[in-house]
Design a protein around this ligand. Structure first.
Ligand code: GDP
Length: 182
């Protein structure tokens, strides 16, 4: 079945979610892939991934998005997680400054293990909790500019910018891969 399906799509892109534990990576993914949100924390530990098909410029793209599923707590993310990934969503929680301060550490890891032309989108998640904000939008923007990343604030809970963030990443990957194949 999977093979038959793969033949139907024009491209298969792998992308990864990274960022500190508890920033909302799994919920961003389940919102994008299944339009679901979970209030409880995820029960299992280990890498998980989900697929969703999207159309970009008349091409059918199968996006395979990997989630660390708790492994980041033990710093057990290995090079195989990043292998073949064309994009990354690097997530922090706007209500927890420490998760923003970790962004540079995640970028170092990404640049060590990931490919140099990977599309990286910085996401400040939990936008619905604006009253408890510890990181301003300007700071997020500034860091993204400094590091050459795209930036968005999202809410997996309230479905704000989630679709947009994934689609931005997928569209940018598509731009890069189609330029390469010219
Ligand atoms: P992960 O460890 O980065 O995968 O984070 P999870 O997706 O497991 O989310 C951690 C906690 O934050 C859970 O209790 C979620 O319900 C909550 N959460 C995730 N995204 C949001 C969001 O956009 N807004 C709010 N208010 N809570 C969120």
């Amino acid at each position: 079945m999977a093979d038959a399906f793969d033949e139907d799509c024009d491209y298969l892109f792998k992308a990864v979610l990274i960022g500190d534990s508890g920033v909302g990576k799994s919920n961003l993914l389940s919102r994008f892939a299944k339009d679901e949100f979970r209030l409880d924390s995820k029960p299992t530990i280990g890498v998980e991934f989900a697929y969703r098909n999207v159309k970009v410029s008349e091409k059918l793209i199968k996006a395979q998005i990997w989630d660390t599923a708790g492994q980041e707590r033990f710093r057990a993310i290995t090079s195989s997680y990043y292998r073949g990934a064309l994009g990354a969503l690097l997530v922090y929680d706007i209500t927890r400054r420490a998760t923003f301060e970790s962004v540079k550490k995640w970028l170092r890891e990404l640049r060590q293990f990931g490919s140099s032309d990977m599309v990286v989108i910085l996401l400040g998640n939990k936008l619905d909790l604006g009253h408890s904000r510890e990181v301003s939008q300007e700071e997020g923007n500034h860091l993204a500019e400094e590091e050459g990343l795209c930036f968005m604030e999202t809410s997996a809970l309230e479905k704000l910018n989630v679709e947009e963030a994934f689609l931005l990443m997928i569209t940018k990957i598509h731009e890069i891969t189609s330029q390469k194949s010219l």
